[in-house]
Write a protein that binds this ligand. Sequence first.
Ligand code: AP5
Length: 207
Amino acid sequence: MILLAPPLAGKSTQAGPVAGRLGVPHVSTGELLRAHTERDTGIGRAAAAHMARGELVPDDLVLALVADRLSEDEVAHGVVLDGVPRDLAQAEALDAHPRSRPDLVLLLDVPDAEVRRRASGRRRCPNGHVYHLTDRPPAVAGRCDVDREPLAHRDDDRPEAVERRLSEYRNRTGPVVDHYRRRGILRLIDARGTPDEVTARVLAALS
Ligand code: AP5
């Protein structure tokens, strides 16, 4: 299945409960790309400037990363995809392979004003655990609850990059929403409210 949403709508927050309910791994293209930029690999260097500006990374690069991950035995019985597809070319590439052709797409819906609010308060540890200064604070300020690593504000959570990400979502991911709506596999989830309220709606949509 696929979690589709505007930036900061809560995909990574909801992916854990969804993957747990379905008993399959969670694969986030944003996290795959950040792992490369943090290790300063060739892929990371090719992606970094696009990501910092809030633009989509080129399709060939993202699709190669996804194909590589989907070739692993761990995802043989299903996967929760988060952050892909971002445009029609990616949606068509996923449809072409049995391991990535979705049976269900959940669209987490939040207004732009809430996206901007979440961006200013999000903090992330280097291993991808996500917090929010007011809505989901860590137990100890500035430190991850899971691994005690320091928390940081993502470069692409700056206001200019957030506006670019919203515009990329409207222009390039909008047609993907229509693509899945036409296939009859899209479920719209109201992603406003507390994280637990949203999780309850997401799990209800799965059952
Ligand atoms: P990616 O990391 O996928 O960014 P995104 O889609 O913009 O999503 P985010 O990770 O920002 O947010 P999220 O929806 O996971 O929200 P979260 O749970 O953290 O991609 C980053 C970049 O990589 C892209 O811009 C692009 O450059 C590139 N990229 C990635 N995939 C690509 C692809 N397929 N093709 C091309 N380029 C690609 O929650 C956000 C915050 O809100 C957190 O602080 C959280 O604690 C809080 N929060 C969550 N839920 C709630 C709630 N219900 N109430 C209050 N606060 C909440």
